[in-house]
Design a protein around this ligand. Structure first.
Ligand SMILES: Cc1cc2nc3c(=O)[nH]c(=O)nc-3n(C[C@H](O)[C@H](O)[C@H](O)COP(=O)(O)OP(=O)(O)OC[C@H]3O[C@@H](n4cnc5c(N)ncnc54)[C@H](O)[C@@H]3O)c2cc1C
Length: 403
């Protein structure tokens, strides 16, 4: 984070002493960034202008990208219909964050008094990256969609990664393209984080959809036409999909902001960046201390409360008040298994599974409703979002209900 960039332009003009306006810049318009922007704007603080910077004019519903890859419908929505009309939208990528401005890839810059860092995550390609697809971002999902449409009956698809993204992706493809042979490769047990009952629901449905599961062996390499596993198994593959871990953009690291080993912005328990009191981190790209966020996994479920809490912190800072520490817990994990089945795993606030899990068509309906409510929830209703708390409730903080 350098002190200044000479010769920069600003869409807001130069700040001067006679202008009492304060600028909030939100970097990234995913779940966390959109709810943060809408919630700050909803407070209607006099003189506060909220600007969102995002590389595209659409909101990408990342939770639907595995569906988008199979049928191309419904994963993008105009941000103009989701952001509060008073929020400004700048279509650009932030290249660097300095002490009081963001530098954009279109040659401009924006001054800020408060910055909300919400750049999210993306797929990190594993071994054999040049021969694999992913569903981690829209462009990758589009490429995968083109490839799936080229395949003919009898072709093989191998999905690598037995976590929830791999499970959802393999089920979706098997249901949509029954003529393909779909295999799921997992180094550990498939859907490991679920209860026994939840896992049984997943494996039963995968079997019904004809997905061949190879659990307990990791992929050694992907090559054109095949995938080789560490146990020596050689799988034919006309389309290999990497569904392993997500990583984060390196913007914070590039800007010399404090990051953890994974490159996530390090914050205090209020989501304020360590050593940078005017920078707030929200969503997948943030690493608050373990005492408040040790249980938080990268997810839309967490990004929404993180974004809302980051907004509350921004409003506190703008009002000269002390922000409150984050307290957020989980209630469930919802997995789609094609469009006609799913699993809803109830979890404790720390995300560990309860023994109760719901399956079948009802779970598919619940999952669909949750995806829709996530999109509605980040919109202009964002100021009303509540979420389950985790651990001791800080004094004065209301207990939320499930988001
Ligand atoms: C296929 C799939 C299925 C999933 N299913 C689920 C699920 O069922 N449940 C669940 O809870 N989670 C699920 N997730 C995870 C969930 O989508 C993410 O955790 C969530 O999107 C994180 O939200 P976010 O706002 O932090 O980031 P994102 O949604 O990733 O948004 C980040 C935004 O920042 C923008 N950006 C990045 N860099 C810059 C920059 N330099 N300048 C300006 N803008 C920038 C990006 O373009 C993007 O618009 C799924 C993910 C995938 C891929």
């Amino acid at each position: 984070m350098t002190a200044s960039h000479g010769n920069r332009s600003s869409s807001h003009g130069t700040r001067s002493s006679e202008v009492s306006s304060r600028q909030v810049v939100v970097v990234g318009a995913g779940y966390a960034g959109v709810i943060a922007a809408n919630r700050i704007q909803a407070a209607r603080r006099p003189g506060v202008t909220v600007t969102v910077v995002n590389p595209r004019s659409e909101f990408v519903e990342r939770v639907r990208l595995h569906q988008h890859a199979t049928d191309g419908t419904g994963a993008t929505h105009a941000l103009s219909g989701i952001l509060d009309p008073a929020v400004r939208l700048r279509i650009a990528s932030v290249e660097e964050i300095t002490d009081a401005a963001v530098v954009l890839d279109d040659g401009g810059s924006l001054d800020f008094d408060v910055l909300v860092y919400a750049v999210g995550s993306r797929s990190v390609r594993g071994v054999g990256a040049e021969h694999t697809h992913t569903v981690g971002d829209l462009e990758d999902a589009n490429r995968l969609r083109s490839r799936l449409r080229e395949l003919t009956a009898g072709s093989s698809v191998v999905v690598v990664g037995g976590g929830l993204t791999g499970v959802e992706t393999s089920a979706e493809i098997a249901e949509r393209f029954p003529g393909l042979t779909v295999r799921l490769v997992s180094s550990g047990p498939v859907a490991e984080g679920l209860s026994d009952r939840g896992r049984r629901g997943v494996t039963r449905t995968l079997a019904r959809l004809g997905v061949e599961v190879h659990a307990g062996s990791r992929m050694l390499r992907a090559e054109p036409g095949r995938v080789v596993l560490a146990d020596g198994t050689d799988l034919a593959s006309d389309c290999t999909i990497w569904a392993g871990a997500f990583g984060v953009p390196d913007l914070a690291r590039r800007s010399s902001l404090p990051v953890d080993d994974a490159g996530r912005l390090r914050t205090d328990e209020n989501l304020v960046c360590l050593g940078h009191p005017n920078v707030i981190g929200v969503g997948d790209a943030v690493a608050p201390p373990a005492r408040v966020a040790g249980h938080i996994r990268m997810s839309c479920q967490a990004a929404i409360p993180l974004g809302a809490h980051g907004a509350d912190t921004a409003l506190a800072l703008l009002g000269g008040q002390a922000p409150r520490p984050l307290s957020m817990g989980f209630a469930s994990q919802c997995i789609s298994l094609g469009r006609r089945a799913g699993v809803v795993q109830l979890v404790h606030a720390d995300d560990s599974p309860r023994s109760v899990a719901l399956g079948g068509r009802t779970a598919a309906v619940v999952k669909e409703l949750i995806c829709r409510s996530a999109r509605w929830g980040v919109g202009t209703r964002g100021s009303a979002v509540r979420w389950p708390v985790s651990g001791p409730t800080p004094a004065g903080q209301p207990q939320g209900t499930s988001a």
